[in-house]
Design a protein around this ligand. Structure first.
Ligand code: LLP
Length: 466
């Protein structure tokens, strides 16, 4: 068998030191940590053969590797212990993938959870996450969402004046609940190089208080004993490879911490958000989790030292870098269309409904053929989704082995913002997800059925003609 130019470049990976010393192939770096090629030449993740998973659970199928996810949680947690001399708390930005199993795993690793809606909050509570480790975000939270957070003693990250005044009033109306824990989100005024839709730190952002308002915000809060301001928050964007903006954020937040002190408010917590990028393709080169944590920690320590401020409890909110690389999506290959001299389309049984990132942000992905891992790369194809939309293309002009209908195509790096942004476009039932670990596969999201699609539909009686 020719393994020199294989489909994914994966060698068989027996755990001998000689095989480990071989350079890792580009695609191997994009797969979850437990990925191997088994003796049937099929891709295995978490000890489970992907083709067997598809036989059992159907496709498209999200396959989440528990080991990779837990490893990332521990890397964040341990790196803060190493590099930050004060107290720290990592909070998973659950908008990346919020469901019972993911919330449960992440919180069992000691992480808190950031939720961006009542729905995410409700799921986190049902998953058993400690309410005091849940932080509610949002630029337009409803009174219902705020109430759910308050009743459960979660912390609210206040985004704007309307919300601040609403909370002050709720606090007055319900003195029996005690002071409401809040952090204040501000726009830090930091620009970074990422897609404009996922930049949030620049001044023209819909999130957070404008810096010009902050002084007034501090004065207002200092007169509201029913609000307990513990900290400040800022987030600069997502899929960021540069470290400097994250370091700069420490300076910005420390400066505001000092100004709050000048107004008599004692801030003991800073939340730097996250935004650390991951590798989707062989040319992506993001910093490691450790490098990111080191930079952020050193930035905050230096900024506090130069202002003679005590070290705050340092919060961070990674989403993508915690879960992105721990999942792949398995599809079944179907139709092929060759447009002479232009392109060959290979269609799969999902697309923009299970992964809307390529059509939304022109995001790049990589794939392997999971049932013929060592087949040589033979042809350049464009992997098309099955939706009635020309832009529904997952990967453009990509070298793959020759595929035939029924082959299993695995797209890598689909853990973040895939399931969480999935839709029912064209009334496709949403895909299922399995959690794999040490040869066991557990369904964590059931595949939707046609019945599920109709669950919320109502047909007014007057429309029914008998
Ligand atoms: N904290 C806040 C307040 C956020 O808004 C976000 C992401 C995060 C933390 C986590 O950022 P991360 O570590 O995942 O970069 N749908 C887009 C990404 C939107 C990010 C929204 N906010 C995508 O698919 O690329």
């Amino acid at each position: 068998m020719n393994l020199t130019e294989p489909n994914c470049g994966l060698k068989y990976l027996p755990s001998t030191s000689s095989s480990q010393s071989k350079p890792r192939s580009p695609n191997q770096e994009l797969l979850p940590l437990t990925a191997k090629v088994n003796s049937r030449d099929c891709l295995e993740i978490g000890g489970c053969d992907i083709t067997t998973l598809v036989e059992k659970f159907g496709s498209p199928l999200y396959v989440l590797d528990e080991f990779t996810l837990r490893t990332a949680c521990r890397q964040f947690r341990d790196a803060f212990k190493t590099y930050y001399p004060g107290e720290s708390q990592v909070i998973y930005a659950s908008k990346a993938w919020n469901c019972l199993a993911v919330c449960h795993i992440v919180s069992s690793e000691g992480l808190g959870l950031d939720v961006a809606s009542g729905g995410e909050l409700y799921t986190a509570l049902k998953a058993g996450v400690s309410p005091e480790k849940i932080y509610l975000h949002g630029n337009n939270k409803s009174v219902g969402e705020l109430s759910l957070a308050i009743e459960n003693n979660c912390t609210i990250i206040v985004d704007n004046w309307l919300e601040l005044k609403t909370l002050a009033q709720i606090g007055l109306d319900r003195p029996e609940t005690g002071p409401i824990s809040i952090m204040v989100r501000l726009t830090p005024g930091i620009e970074c190089h990422t897609h404009e839709y996922i930049r949030t730190g620049h001044i023209d952002s819909k999130f957070g208080f404008d810096p010009n308002d902050m002084d007034e915000v501090f004065i207002f809060i200092s007169k509201q004993p029913q609000l307990n301001l513990t900290g400040l928050h800022a987030h600069i964007g997502s899929q960021i490879f540069e470290l400097q903006p994250h370091r700069d954020l420490g300076e910005v937040l420390a400066e505001w911490m000092k100004k709050a002190g000048d107004r008599g408010l004692k801030i003991t917590e800073l939340n730097v958000g996250c935004g650390l990028g991951i590798r989707y393709t062989e040319t992506d080169d993001p910093p490691s989790i450790e490098e990111w944590v080191k930079t952020v920690s050193e930035g905050v320590v230096a900024a506090c030292k130069s202002r003679q401020l005590p070290l705050p409890k340092l919060f961070s909110e990674p989403g993508r870098s915690l879960i992105g690389s721990s999942c792949v999506t398995a599809y079944t290959v179907g139709n092929r269309k060759t447009v002479p001299d232009i392109r060959t389309y290979v269609a799969i049984d999902g697309g923009m409904s299970d992964n809307p990132r390529p059509i939304t942000y022109e995001s790049l992905y990589r794939a392997v053929v999971a049932n013929r891992m060592s087949d040589p790369l033979k042809e350049k194809v464009t992997i098309a989704g099955k939706h009635c939309e020309s832009g529904d293309v997952l990967i453009k002009d990509y070298q793959l082995p020759e595929t035939t209908p029924g082959d299993i195509l695995v797209v890598m790096g689909t853990g973040a913002y895939n399931y969480s942004m999935a839709s029912n476009y064209n009334r496709l039932p949403r895909s299922g997800a399995v959690l794999v670990s040490e040869g066991e596969a557990n369904l964590i999201l059931q595949r939707e059925t046609y019945e599920d699609l109709l669950r919320q539909d109502l047909l007014p009686e007057r429309l029914v003609i008998d």
